[in-house]
Design a protein around this ligand. Structure first.
Ligand SMILES: *[C@@H]1O[C@H](CO)[C@@H](O)[C@H](O)[C@H]1NC(C)=O
Ligand SMILES: *[C@@H]1O[C@H](CO)[C@@H](O)[C@H](O)[C@H]1NC(C)=O
Ligand SMILES: *[C@@H]1O[C@H](CO)[C@@H](O)[C@H](O)[C@H]1NC(C)=O
Ligand SMILES: *[C@@H]1O[C@H](CO)[C@@H](O)[C@H](O)[C@H]1NC(C)=O
Ligand SMILES: *[C@@H]1O[C@H](CO)[C@@H](O)[C@H](O)[C@H]1NC(C)=O
Length: 230
Protein backbone atom coordinates (compact mmCIF):
# COMPACT_ATOMS: atom_id res chain seq x y z
CA UNK A 1 0.00 0.00 0.00
CA UNK A 2 2.83 2.36 0.92
CA UNK A 3 4.59 1.66 -2.38
CA UNK A 4 1.41 2.39 -4.24
CA UNK A 5 0.86 5.67 -2.39
CA UNK A 6 4.38 6.80 -3.16
CA UNK A 7 3.95 6.03 -6.80
CA UNK A 8 0.69 7.96 -6.88
CA UNK A 9 2.30 10.89 -5.17
CA UNK A 10 5.02 10.91 -7.79
CA UNK A 11 2.41 10.77 -10.51
CA UNK A 12 0.70 13.71 -8.94
CA UNK A 13 3.93 15.74 -8.89
CA UNK A 14 4.79 14.93 -12.50
CA UNK A 15 1.26 15.71 -13.66
CA UNK A 16 1.19 19.01 -11.78
CA UNK A 17 4.49 20.01 -13.31
CA UNK A 18 3.23 19.18 -16.78
CA UNK A 19 0.08 21.20 -16.25
CA UNK A 20 2.18 24.09 -15.01
CA UNK A 21 4.23 23.95 -18.23
CA UNK A 22 1.07 23.96 -20.36
CA UNK A 23 -0.50 26.84 -18.42
CA UNK A 24 2.65 28.95 -18.40
CA UNK A 25 3.16 28.44 -22.14
CA UNK A 26 -0.19 30.17 -22.65
CA UNK A 27 1.11 33.39 -21.16
CA UNK A 28 3.45 34.45 -23.91
CA UNK A 29 3.02 38.18 -23.40
CA UNK A 30 3.66 40.54 -26.25
CA UNK A 31 7.14 40.11 -27.69
CA UNK A 32 6.65 43.17 -29.92
CA UNK A 33 6.46 45.31 -26.77
CA UNK A 34 9.53 43.49 -25.42
CA UNK A 35 11.41 44.47 -28.56
CA UNK A 36 10.42 48.12 -28.14
CA UNK A 37 11.80 47.96 -24.58
CA UNK A 38 15.06 46.46 -25.86
CA UNK A 39 15.35 49.18 -28.52
CA UNK A 40 14.73 51.90 -25.92
CA UNK A 41 17.21 50.39 -23.43
CA UNK A 42 19.81 50.28 -26.16
CA UNK A 43 19.15 53.92 -27.06
CA UNK A 44 19.13 55.14 -23.46
CA UNK A 45 22.46 53.43 -22.83
CA UNK A 46 23.83 55.62 -25.60
CA UNK A 47 22.15 58.71 -24.18
CA UNK A 48 19.64 58.90 -27.01
CA UNK A 49 16.02 59.85 -26.26
CA UNK A 50 13.50 57.06 -25.83
CA UNK A 51 10.98 56.45 -28.57
CA UNK A 52 7.22 56.42 -27.94
CA UNK A 53 5.61 53.07 -28.51
CA UNK A 54 2.95 53.81 -31.15
CA UNK A 55 0.24 51.18 -31.64
CA UNK A 56 -0.80 52.67 -35.00
CA UNK A 57 2.77 52.47 -36.28
CA UNK A 58 3.09 48.99 -34.78
CA UNK A 59 0.05 47.79 -36.68
CA UNK A 60 1.46 49.21 -39.91
CA UNK A 61 4.72 47.38 -39.16
CA UNK A 62 2.69 44.18 -38.86
CA UNK A 63 1.07 44.83 -42.25
CA UNK A 64 4.51 45.47 -43.74
CA UNK A 65 5.80 42.18 -42.35
CA UNK A 66 2.73 40.36 -43.64
CA UNK A 67 3.26 41.69 -47.15
CA UNK A 68 6.86 40.44 -47.06
CA UNK A 69 6.11 36.96 -45.72
CA UNK A 70 6.96 35.31 -49.03
CA UNK A 71 10.29 37.11 -49.33
CA UNK A 72 12.31 35.43 -46.60
CA UNK A 73 15.18 33.56 -48.26
CA UNK A 74 16.79 30.37 -47.01
CA UNK A 75 19.72 32.44 -45.73
CA UNK A 76 17.34 34.56 -43.63
CA UNK A 77 17.70 37.70 -45.67
CA UNK A 78 14.59 39.55 -46.70
CA UNK A 79 14.52 41.92 -49.60
CA UNK A 80 11.16 43.57 -49.68
CA UNK A 81 9.96 47.07 -50.37
CA UNK A 82 6.20 47.49 -50.62
CA UNK A 83 5.03 50.26 -52.97
CA UNK A 84 4.82 53.65 -51.25
CA UNK A 85 1.06 53.88 -51.88
CA UNK A 86 0.41 50.65 -49.95
CA UNK A 87 1.11 52.46 -46.69
CA UNK A 88 -1.83 54.82 -47.02
CA UNK A 89 -4.04 52.77 -49.32
CA UNK A 90 -3.71 49.29 -47.82
CA UNK A 91 -1.85 49.21 -44.48
CA UNK A 92 -3.52 52.20 -42.81
CA UNK A 93 -7.10 51.17 -43.73
CA UNK A 94 -6.41 47.56 -42.65
CA UNK A 95 -5.37 48.85 -39.23
CA UNK A 96 -7.94 51.59 -38.85
CA UNK A 97 -5.27 54.30 -38.76
CA UNK A 98 -7.00 57.64 -39.33
CA UNK A 99 -5.56 58.85 -42.63
CA UNK A 100 -5.19 62.55 -41.75
CA UNK A 101 -2.93 61.49 -38.86
CA UNK A 102 -0.59 59.43 -41.04
CA UNK A 103 2.89 60.66 -40.09
CA UNK A 104 6.37 60.42 -41.55
CA UNK A 105 8.05 57.04 -41.56
CA UNK A 106 11.75 57.73 -41.12
CA UNK A 107 13.11 54.22 -41.40
CA UNK A 108 12.41 50.52 -41.34
CA UNK A 109 14.26 47.37 -40.30
CA UNK A 110 13.05 44.02 -41.52
CA UNK A 111 14.35 40.67 -40.39
CA UNK A 112 13.37 37.05 -40.82
CA UNK A 113 14.37 33.72 -39.44
CA UNK A 114 13.09 30.19 -39.99
CA UNK A 115 12.66 29.54 -36.28
CA UNK A 116 11.21 31.52 -33.39
CA UNK A 117 13.66 33.80 -31.61
CA UNK A 118 13.24 35.35 -28.20
CA UNK A 119 12.98 39.16 -28.42
CA UNK A 120 16.62 39.77 -27.40
CA UNK A 121 17.87 37.24 -29.95
CA UNK A 122 15.59 38.71 -32.62
CA UNK A 123 17.02 42.13 -31.83
CA UNK A 124 20.67 41.21 -32.24
CA UNK A 125 20.46 38.30 -34.72
CA UNK A 126 17.60 39.15 -37.05
CA UNK A 127 17.20 42.92 -36.84
CA UNK A 128 20.27 44.91 -35.81
CA UNK A 129 23.07 43.03 -37.51
CA UNK A 130 24.57 45.46 -40.01
CA UNK A 131 25.67 49.08 -40.38
CA UNK A 132 22.41 50.22 -41.93
CA UNK A 133 20.23 48.90 -39.10
CA UNK A 134 22.66 50.09 -36.42
CA UNK A 135 22.65 53.64 -37.76
CA UNK A 136 18.84 53.59 -37.95
CA UNK A 137 18.65 52.47 -34.35
CA UNK A 138 20.86 55.38 -33.32
CA UNK A 139 19.24 58.08 -35.41
CA UNK A 140 18.38 61.14 -33.33
CA UNK A 141 15.47 62.29 -35.49
CA UNK A 142 13.20 59.36 -34.62
CA UNK A 143 10.47 60.05 -32.09
CA UNK A 144 8.26 56.97 -32.32
CA UNK A 145 8.66 53.27 -32.95
CA UNK A 146 6.33 50.40 -33.83
CA UNK A 147 7.09 46.69 -34.06
CA UNK A 148 5.13 43.98 -35.88
CA UNK A 149 5.81 40.24 -35.75
CA UNK A 150 4.27 37.55 -37.91
CA UNK A 151 4.69 33.86 -38.57
CA UNK A 152 4.22 32.85 -42.19
CA UNK A 153 2.58 29.47 -41.72
CA UNK A 154 0.41 28.08 -38.99
CA UNK A 155 2.74 25.28 -38.02
CA UNK A 156 6.11 26.54 -39.19
CA UNK A 157 8.10 29.66 -39.94
CA UNK A 158 9.56 31.74 -41.25
CA UNK A 159 9.04 34.47 -38.65
CA UNK A 160 9.23 38.08 -39.76
CA UNK A 161 10.02 41.07 -37.57
CA UNK A 162 9.42 44.60 -38.75
CA UNK A 163 10.49 47.76 -36.92
CA UNK A 164 9.20 51.10 -38.17
CA UNK A 165 10.53 54.44 -36.98
CA UNK A 166 8.73 57.72 -37.30
CA UNK A 167 9.95 61.29 -36.93
CA UNK A 168 6.50 62.78 -36.45
CA UNK A 169 5.25 64.64 -33.44
CA UNK A 170 4.68 62.17 -30.63
CA UNK A 171 1.23 60.75 -29.86
CA UNK A 172 -0.61 62.80 -32.44
CA UNK A 173 0.15 60.65 -35.47
CA UNK A 174 -0.89 57.15 -36.56
CA UNK A 175 -4.02 57.48 -34.46
CA UNK A 176 -6.20 54.38 -34.45
CA UNK A 177 -9.92 54.97 -34.88
CA UNK A 178 -12.58 53.60 -32.58
CA UNK A 179 -10.98 55.37 -29.61
CA UNK A 180 -7.59 53.81 -30.25
CA UNK A 181 -8.87 50.29 -30.74
CA UNK A 182 -8.33 50.21 -34.49
CA UNK A 183 -9.18 47.06 -36.42
CA UNK A 184 -8.45 43.75 -34.75
CA UNK A 185 -5.72 41.80 -36.53
CA UNK A 186 -6.20 38.16 -37.40
CA UNK A 187 -2.53 37.24 -37.62
CA UNK A 188 0.63 38.16 -35.79
CA UNK A 189 0.99 40.82 -33.14
CA UNK A 190 2.24 44.37 -32.76
CA UNK A 191 3.59 46.73 -30.15
CA UNK A 192 1.73 49.43 -28.26
CA UNK A 193 -1.17 47.19 -27.27
CA UNK A 194 -1.76 44.93 -24.33
CA UNK A 195 -2.95 42.10 -26.57
CA UNK A 196 -0.62 39.17 -26.21
CA UNK A 197 0.88 37.46 -29.21
CA UNK A 198 -1.34 34.47 -29.90
CA UNK A 199 -0.12 31.10 -28.79
CA UNK A 200 -0.22 29.84 -32.37
CA UNK A 201 2.40 32.47 -33.03
CA UNK A 202 5.08 30.53 -31.21
CA UNK A 203 6.75 27.33 -32.19
CA UNK A 204 4.29 24.54 -31.78
CA UNK A 205 7.04 22.04 -32.05
CA UNK A 206 7.28 18.38 -31.27
CA UNK A 207 7.92 19.15 -27.61
CA UNK A 208 4.53 20.72 -27.00
CA UNK A 209 2.83 17.78 -28.72
CA UNK A 210 4.67 15.35 -26.49
CA UNK A 211 3.67 17.36 -23.42
CA UNK A 212 0.01 17.28 -24.46
CA UNK A 213 0.14 13.52 -24.92
CA UNK A 214 1.68 13.17 -21.45
CA UNK A 215 -1.02 15.37 -19.94
CA UNK A 216 -3.70 13.20 -21.52
CA UNK A 217 -1.95 10.11 -20.22
CA UNK A 218 -1.89 11.66 -16.74
CA UNK A 219 -5.59 12.50 -16.79
CA UNK A 220 -6.51 8.96 -17.84
CA UNK A 221 -4.30 7.46 -15.16
CA UNK A 222 -5.65 9.78 -12.51
CA UNK A 223 -9.20 8.79 -13.37
CA UNK A 224 -8.33 5.12 -13.02
CA UNK A 225 -6.76 5.89 -9.69
CA UNK A 226 -9.91 7.67 -8.48
CA UNK A 227 -12.07 4.78 -9.63
CA UNK A 228 -9.99 2.39 -7.58
CA UNK A 229 -10.20 4.68 -4.58
CA UNK A 230 -13.99 4.87 -4.44
C1 LIG B 1 20.98 35.41 -49.52
O1 LIG B 1 20.27 34.89 -50.63
C2 LIG B 1 19.94 35.88 -51.60
C3 LIG B 1 19.11 35.23 -52.68
O2 LIG B 1 18.63 33.97 -52.34
C4 LIG B 1 21.22 36.49 -52.17
O3 LIG B 1 20.88 37.48 -53.11
C5 LIG B 1 22.03 37.09 -51.04
O4 LIG B 1 23.25 37.57 -51.53
C6 LIG B 1 22.28 36.06 -49.96
N1 LIG B 1 22.89 36.75 -48.83
C7 LIG B 1 23.91 36.23 -48.14
C8 LIG B 1 24.41 37.06 -47.01
O5 LIG B 1 24.38 35.15 -48.39
C1 LIG C 1 9.14 39.91 -52.97
O1 LIG C 1 10.06 39.22 -53.81
C2 LIG C 1 9.67 39.15 -55.18
C3 LIG C 1 10.68 38.29 -55.89
O2 LIG C 1 11.99 38.71 -55.64
C4 LIG C 1 9.58 40.56 -55.76
O3 LIG C 1 9.16 40.49 -57.10
C5 LIG C 1 8.59 41.35 -54.94
O4 LIG C 1 8.56 42.68 -55.40
C6 LIG C 1 8.95 41.33 -53.48
N1 LIG C 1 7.88 41.96 -52.73
C7 LIG C 1 7.98 43.18 -52.26
C8 LIG C 1 6.78 43.72 -51.58
O5 LIG C 1 9.01 43.84 -52.35
C1 LIG D 1 18.37 60.15 -39.55
O1 LIG D 1 17.13 60.05 -40.21
C2 LIG D 1 16.80 61.16 -40.98
C3 LIG D 1 15.38 61.02 -41.46
O2 LIG D 1 15.18 59.81 -42.10
C4 LIG D 1 17.81 61.30 -42.11
O3 LIG D 1 17.51 62.41 -42.92
C5 LIG D 1 19.21 61.43 -41.52
O4 LIG D 1 20.16 61.44 -42.55
C6 LIG D 1 19.49 60.30 -40.55
N1 LIG D 1 20.73 60.59 -39.84
C7 LIG D 1 21.74 59.75 -39.80
C8 LIG D 1 22.90 60.17 -38.97
O5 LIG D 1 21.73 58.67 -40.38
C1 LIG E 1 22.97 48.08 -28.83
O1 LIG E 1 22.72 47.15 -29.86
C2 LIG E 1 23.84 46.88 -30.70
C3 LIG E 1 23.39 45.95 -31.81
O2 LIG E 1 22.93 44.72 -31.33
C4 LIG E 1 24.96 46.28 -29.87
O3 LIG E 1 26.09 46.08 -30.68
C5 LIG E 1 25.29 47.22 -28.72
O4 LIG E 1 26.25 46.61 -27.89
C6 LIG E 1 24.05 47.55 -27.93
N1 LIG E 1 24.38 48.55 -26.93
C7 LIG E 1 24.01 48.45 -25.67
C8 LIG E 1 24.47 49.52 -24.79
O5 LIG E 1 23.34 47.51 -25.27
C1 LIG F 1 3.07 60.04 -25.40
O1 LIG F 1 2.32 59.00 -24.78
C2 LIG F 1 3.08 58.26 -23.83
C3 LIG F 1 2.23 57.11 -23.37
O2 LIG F 1 0.89 57.45 -23.29
C4 LIG F 1 3.50 59.20 -22.71
O3 LIG F 1 4.27 58.48 -21.79
C5 LIG F 1 4.33 60.34 -23.29
O4 LIG F 1 4.64 61.25 -22.27
C6 LIG F 1 3.57 61.05 -24.39
N1 LIG F 1 4.46 62.02 -25.02
C7 LIG F 1 4.07 63.23 -25.35
C8 LIG F 1 5.11 64.10 -25.96
O5 LIG F 1 2.93 63.62 -25.16
Amino acid sequence: MMVKKLCCFQYFVVCSLLLAVVVSSKHTGNSANDLVDIINKNRTAQKLPQLSNSPGLGCIALQYAEECMGNCTSNNSVNCQPPEDDFTEVFAPNCGVELPTFGTISGYILGCQQKYLEPSEAFSNALVHDKRSLSLLRNKTHTEVGVGIIKAHKHKGPYLWCVLFSSSQRNTTFVLDDLGEGIKQKKGCYSGTSFSCSRAHRDEGLLSNIIWILVLFCIIHFQQFLFKLF
